[in-house]
Design a protein around this ligand. Structure first.
Ligand code: SF4
Length: 445
């Protein structure tokens, strides 16, 4: 018994199929209902929250930073809270929870699939809201991320997720960040309401294309359950002007659960940004041992998981090259098998494959050219552009680049003390940047 008088959940014993004379689908459904009922009735909110906030870590398609697992924190009672990137570039903590880990789908990579023998429970919308406010009083929270396994039908599940948004927005007047998950197969009306309530909405693609999706999930129809809702989201969002009222959309791929190559993932990612208007694509390395034995991700050798973590990191680097460095998807260097190199970051691999592009002149190169230099990112390139308006840049150290980044970049650039440098005539800007205007006004230049 727990302190509220509830009986502790006992071990779940699956039904034996021979005793039932059921077909496979009915058998799975009965098993599912059995453990859902047993555990929902036996657990209090605290124990359910503990189980479900831990379960939410498998879904990373909220605006978390790339080092999400390094930055998550435990609240005072031991529950995990997760980092989130804020629109102003800073980071904060988000309350992330599954409403239930019971699910009627059979995604082969997911520990909560219908035939998986795990402890199940559900939180009501009210329990989620009350818990969220309780945590918000203890820890400074940026918002809430709500996801769920599918119970009953996609729209019945959406109804419970939407209830959390309704109660927060309408009953409590909450104006902070809400991220709602769209359940695969949800109707257009449910998606429209999620868009009206949330700051961010996501639907997970999981695999690049119908064929790859079929390798890991038999119960969902890729085109109807995943692509149709994604298109609906895109249509609804394109009718909202850009700005704070327009929710972000994100998706997630499970890397290495099917036989997909990086080339397939990169092509899909490019299409999602250019044609579907997605804000972010997330990658989650498949964790071997969680899924069904028959899926490709479970068939690989022992080093598979370590390699997948590096692969996930390389895919994030590629994502940055495409979103922030103006790389086209077909410029990303790949191995003959269609994968990113694990031993080198993709920008360095591009530099190695394009020696004729270098060296780049620090004093005359365009922003796009400077962004191709290994070791230079958008911040350091902006510094170079600002600095060279005022004087010739003699070296990368001039603008504060040092250490490993300096070592990477130095061999790809020509500083001004090099005889190859073309000197740009110095001219005062008609409309100088604000900081410079202030210095001029103060008579310092
Ligand atoms: S829909 Fe698939 S991924 Fe989501 S909880 Fe159910 S089995 Fe897991």
């Amino acid at each position: 018994m727990d302190k509220c008088g509830n009986q502790a959940p006992g071990p779940f014993r699956p039904l034996t199929q021979s005793a039932k004379n059921l077909n496979q689908a009915d058998f799975k459904r009965l098993n599912f209902i059995q453990y859902t009922l047993i555990h929902i009735s036996n657990m209090n909110t605290e124990s359910k929250l503990s189980l479900l906030s831990e379960g939410a870590r498998y879904d990373i398609s909220c605006a978390c930073g790339d080092k999400k697992l390094d930055k998550r924190v435990r609240a005072g009672d031991g529950h995990w809270l997760y980092p989130v990137s804020l629109p102003n570039g800073g980071q904060s903590i988000i309350f992330k929870v599954l409403m239930t880990n019971a699910c009627e789908n059979d995604c082969g990579y997911c520990p909560f699939r219908s035939d998986s023998n795990v402890l199940r429970c559900s939180l009501s919308p009210e329990e989620v809201v009350v818990s969220f406010f309780r945590y918000a009083r203890r820890v400074k929270l940026a918002g809430i991320f709500v996801s769920s396994g599918m119970v009953g039908s996609p729209d019945r599940t959406m109804e419970r997720i939407l209830d959390v948004g309704r109660v927060l927005r309408k009953r409590h007047g909450y104006r902070g960040y809400i991220h709602l998950k769209v359940i695969p197969g949800a109707s257009d009306a449910a998606i429209a309401e999620a868009v009206s309530l949330a700051n961010a909405v996501s639907i997970n693609l999981e695999a690049p294309g119908e064929h790859r999706f079929a390798q890991i999930c038999g119960s969902k129809n890729y085109l109807e359950d995943v692509i149709r809702p994604l298109k609906t989201l895109n249509r609804l969002l394109s009718a909202i002007p850009r700005g704070p009222l327009r929710p972000n959309t994100t998706t997630q791929f499970v890397v290495g659960a099917s036989d997909e190559t990086d080339l397939e993932l990169i092509r899909y990612m490019s299409g999602l940004y250019s044609r579907m208007g997605l804000h972010r694509v997330y990658f989650s390395a498949y964790q071997r041992g969680l899924g069904r034995l028959g899926i490709p991700g479970e068939q690989c050798g022992d080093t598979h998981s370590d390699k997948l973590i590096i692969r996930e990191h390389r895919l994030y680097q590629t994502d940055f090259l495409m979103r922030k460095y103006s790389f086209a998807h077909d410029e990303i260097p790949l191995t003959p098998a269609g994968n990113l190199r694990l031993d080198k970051d993709p920008k360095e691999a591009w530099a190695e494959a394009n020696p004729d592009f270098f060296p780049v002149d620090l004093n005359t190169a365009s922003r796009e050219e400077l962004l191709r230099v290994p070791g230079l990112g958008p911040t350091s390139v902006s510094k170079i552009l600002r600095a060279r308006r005022l004087h010739k840049i003699a070296s990368l150290e001039d603008i504060g680049i040092k250490g490993a980044l300096l070592a990477k970049a130095a061999r790809h650039v020509i500083p001004s003390n090099n005889p190859l440098t073309v000197t740009v005539p110095f001219q005062l800007e008609l409309f100088p940047p604000k900081a410079e205007r202030v210095r001029r006004a103060n008579g310092r230049i």
